[in-house]
Design a protein around this ligand. Structure first.
Ligand SMILES: *[C@@H]1O[C@H](CO)[C@@H](O)[C@H](O)[C@H]1NC(C)=O
Ligand SMILES: *[C@@H]1O[C@H](CO)[C@@H](O)[C@H](O)[C@H]1NC(C)=O
Ligand SMILES: *[C@@H]1O[C@H](CO)[C@@H](O)[C@H](O)[C@H]1NC(C)=O
Length: 172
């Protein structure tokens, strides 16, 4: 379930859709990602926003950080999905290794200013992401259905010290 990778740098805000159709009882709550931790030893200006331009348009997310250090395989990404309250690790990988996954590479090329890994210190952003991402392979989308809390961590490979922690609720 390598798709979790790309949520590594996503969004924030809680959005509630109220169904205009009275037959639809349950309001659908979509909670976009938020930064839970932004370790200022390593990063600053963690910023995320989710909104839509107008009704009927999809919600889109921008998020960004400023990296004080280079990120290569000395930074590890980990993704967890919560099923019935239990955290299940679905992916773990070193940052540059993850970019070797075809669609992850395409996704970052299309929606971010990330280019060659390792990434030098500087400002990095994802723009106009839709969740779940459109180019996420369908076979991955089919693995899970429903609404799930997910967490993404980036940490120092050697020590496990957290750099950023993001939580996202995804509807699949
Ligand atoms: C995200 O950034 C792009 C480019 O700066 C901008 O056009 C767009 O309106 C932003 N979207 C949100 C949700 O802020
Ligand atoms: C990762 O390694 C590079 C190259 O040695 C170093 O410059 C950078 O500070 C390291 N990044 C972190 C987050 O420790
Ligand atoms: C990635 O982009 C390349 C070039 O546009 C394309 O040939 C390839 O099929 C894409 N791969 C995926 C997994 O989307």
């Amino acid at each position: 379930m390598k798709w979790i990778v790309i949520f590594g740098i996503i969004l924030s805000t809680t959005v509630t859709f109220s169904a205009s159709d009275a037959k639809e009882k349950t309001p659908i709550k979509q909670e976009a990602a938020k930064f839970i931790k932004c370790n200022e030893k390593y990063v600053s200006e963690c910023y995320a926003i989710t909104k839509r331009v107008k009704r009927g348009e999809p919600y889109r997310t921008n998020c960004s950080i400023v990296n004080k250090h280079a990120w290569g395989n000395n930074v590890t990404m980990r993704g967890e999905i919560f099923i019935d309250g239990v955290a299940i690790e679905v992916i773990r990988g070193q940052v540059c290794d993850l970019t070797k996954i075809d669609w992850v590479y395409n996704f970052t090329m299309t929606y971010s200013n990330l280019r060659d890994c390792p990434y030098k210190p500087g400002y990095y952003a994802f723009f106009n992401i839709e969740l779940p991402p459109k180019n996420m392979p369908q076979r991955i989308l089919n693995l899970v259905k429903g609404q799930f809390n997910t967490k993404i961590y980036y940490s120092i490979t050697k020590t496990g010290e957290t750099i950023i922690e993001i939580s996202v609720t995804l509807r699949m």
